[in-house]
Design a protein around this ligand. Sequence first.
Ligand code: DC
Length: 241
Amino acid sequence: MAIQGPQAGQQQIEQTIPRTVTIDGPSAAGKSSVGYRIAQRLGYDFLDTGAMYRAVTWLALERGIDPDDDEEALAKLAADVEFEIGLPPLGEDESSILLEGRDLTPYLRQAVVERAVSLVSRVPAVRYEMVEMQRRLAAKGPLVITGRDIGTVVLPKADLKIYLDASPEERARRRYQELVAARREITQEEVLAEIHRRDRIDQSRSTSPLRPADDAIIINTDGFTLDQVVERILDLIRAER
Ligand code: DC
């Protein structure tokens, strides 16, 4: 898609590079790993919106707010919270989150957060606040942004929309390997059950349910390596130029 040159009177240069690449998809489809690598290759900023929902969830739990039953408190928390979102820490691919100078990043993948985050992110007022923040960040410059509703709701006019999918079994296998590497005691069956549970909540919530945008390119990553998926998306980007 074309982006017009900025100044009237200047020779209009048509850049056909996508300024915004959105990557949506279910949990553990590899969005952050793929998205961050693409951002690095393009020299773009990177925003993993799941980290924002995780940060609100962690904060809610810390403050004793029931993620399943206190919409009002969750809404107030999301409206008041002012965190800074940064690039992933070295060797990681999920965005880092600072709250009043405190680094929340190490807590965002905790099991308690994993269990509660779908509940918190289905609250419409929480989503409203996160979407506003995401749009402000996206206005700053070229960006690769990952999430569930980016192509459908947050940035419906984005230049290039990818929907990364994989079977629940494949996603469970990948997530299980990550968790074992992080020394979490869990079975692959438990990981699969959790993936099914989160899919159910993410797809059936009334506000911005998980689904591909009509103009998204759907990539099923079953059987492909991370590098292969990254190259495939970079090929799509090159084809847009
Ligand atoms: O991508 P992730 O697993 O880090 O996302 C964590 C949770 O946040 C997930 O259960 C759904 C929610 N989420 C969302 O509802 N909308 C987004 N744009 C990103 C994440």
